[in-house]
Design a protein around this ligand. Structure first.
Ligand SMILES: NC(=O)c1ccc[n+]([C@@H]2O[C@H](COP(=O)([O-])OP(=O)(O)OC[C@H]3O[C@@H](n4cnc5c(N)ncnc54)[C@H](OP(=O)(O)O)[C@@H]3O)[C@@H](O)[C@H]2O)c1
Length: 417
């Protein structure tokens, strides 16, 4: 009797929705799910994020989407920042644009589910998804304007997933997709490095002990680059052991170190906490000024001092752009003006200091995700998980990520219990 009424309800929901692709059989098991929801924007995580044991199941809206039963997911800075309202204006707009039919009219940003990546099992798929089938174990990401993976089920498109590496557990694998694709986009798309052109290139990575930084160093070392990275004093040793970075510098010593650095960087990647990123750029500018002033007078440890930056080729990529902040602060129109102005200032400033300055963002990339899976299977990229929390203890996980800051490694939610 109960089964029959569930079927009738699901059929009714399906008929109401014009674009509906998932087979009824696959969702008969459940009508609701557990999820973590940002219900209000608040500095206090416990006020901002609430557990819902009976939230609505997500539905497939496009033929290229898959519904995934989440087995594990990671916590990223964006989850915490979004709970405080970061990105609300732009992400709301993007979500409205991407919504369908009645959802677009009735749209309200909250509640929204955090969680940017996952490992999980495909439960159902849209008509145009031909390379995956229900039962496949995949890993992937969810764009920030969509409901995320800190739930039992998540919807994403087939261009944001690939098969999970076989040699990692679900929990280990969940540490990598979002940071991996962000690092990939920063290094490859914005930083113009790849496996063919990185050999012997000099790269400076700010924030090597973070999720993105740690991944970026491993990728760069695999590509044959020389990598110098900054991190807190307590992470120098573990970071060196994990990534084989050529030098790990205490970030309190960055300026002194760079003043003596005898080479030229091809790429500088700022993957540090957003609160530190402007300071890092100021350090770079101050070092350039110092070098310009003393270029003929100060000898370095290893011979005559050369420029740390090359006007023709040094690229500076930062993952902390002012874009979303500007829209949050000034709204759509003034936010756009302010962003254009910031972009101009950063570009001109970069030119003045001999750097091509770029803002980088996470981008979905199925080919990169499969490539990363292969490298993981070959042992070239390792996953570091520091704290693993049961799914229903996510608040503890968010707090651990922010307040108790693990020395290194991702904080993971485990749904598979
Ligand atoms: N634009 C995008 O699409 C995008 C996507 C993903 C991430 N991001 C941004 O990229 C950054 C890295 O992300 P993540 O996930 O790797 O964050 P994370 O795991 O929190 O790592 C941040 C790292 O920054 C380090 N750090 C703090 N102050 C520093 C300083 N003064 N100099 C150098 N390092 C410093 C921290 O080291 P300790 O903990 O040892 O102090 C930590 O390891 C964050 O700002 C994040 O918001 C942007």
């Amino acid at each position: 009797m109960e089964f029959a009424s569930k079927r009738i309800l699901i059929t009714a929901i399906c008929r109401q929705r014009k674009h509906h692709y998932y087979p009824l059989e696959s969702i008969n098991r459940k009508l609701s799910q557990r999820s973590w929801n940002i219900v209000r924007f608040d500095q206090d995580l416990k006020r901002a994020i609430e557990f819902n044991s009976c939230s609505q199941l997500p539905v497939l809206n496009r033929p290229n989407e898959v519904m995934v039963k989440v087995l594990a997911s990671s916590v990223n800075p964006l989850d915490i920042e979004m709970s405080r309202g970061y990105g609300n204006v732009m992400l709301s707009l993007a979500n409205t644009i991407m919504s369908h039919g009645i959802d677009r009219l009735t749209y309200g940003r909250l509640p929204v589910i955090p969680g940017r990546d996952f490992v999980g099992e495909i439960i159902s798929k849209g008509q145009s998804v031909w390379n995956y089938k229900p039962g496949d174990i995949v890993w992937g990401t969810v764009p920030p304007y969509e409901n995320g993976s800190h739930a039992d089920y998540v919807i994403t498109s087939d261009n944001a997933i690939s098969y999970k590496p076989k040699n990692l557990s679900n929990v280990e694998a969940a540490a990598l997709p979002y940071v991996g694709l962000t690092a990939w986009s920063a290094l490859s798309t914005f930083g113009e490095l790849n496996s063919h052109n990185s050999h012997n290139k000099n790269v400076l990575v700010f924030g090597g002990s973070g999720g993105v930084g740690c991944f970026a160093i491993q990728m760069l070392k695999y590509w044959g680059a020389n990598v110098i990275t900054t991190c807190s004093a307590k992470t120098i040793q573990p970071l060196k052991e994990l990534t084989s970075a050529d030098e790990c510098i205490d970030y309190m010593e960055t300026e002194n170190y760079l003043r003596q650095y005898p080479g030229t960087f091809d790429l500088i990647l700022d993957a540090s906490a957003s609160s530190a990123s402007r300071k890092n750029y100021d350090i770079i500018k101050s070092v350039v000024n110092h070098h310009q002033k003393h270029s003929n007078t100060i000898p370095s440890r290893s011979g005559p001092l050369t420029r740390v930056f090359d006007r023709k080729r040094t690229i500076y990529v930062t993952l902390s752009s002012p874009l979303l902040h500007n829209y949050d602060r000034y709204g759509l129109l003034s936010g756009t003006m302010s962003t254009i102005s910031d972009a101009l200032i950063d570009t001109l400033n970069g030119i003045q200091h001999g750097i091509s300055f770029r803002w980088a963002y996470y981008l979905p990339n199925p080919k990169a995700l499969s490539y990363i899976a292969q490298l993981v299977e070959r042992g070239m990229i390792r996953s570091v998980t520091s704290n693993v929390y049961d799914f229903d203890k996510a608040i503890d996980a968010y707090e651990a990520f922010e307040i108790k800051r693990p020395i290194m490694g991702k904080v993971i939610l485990n749904n598979d219990k």
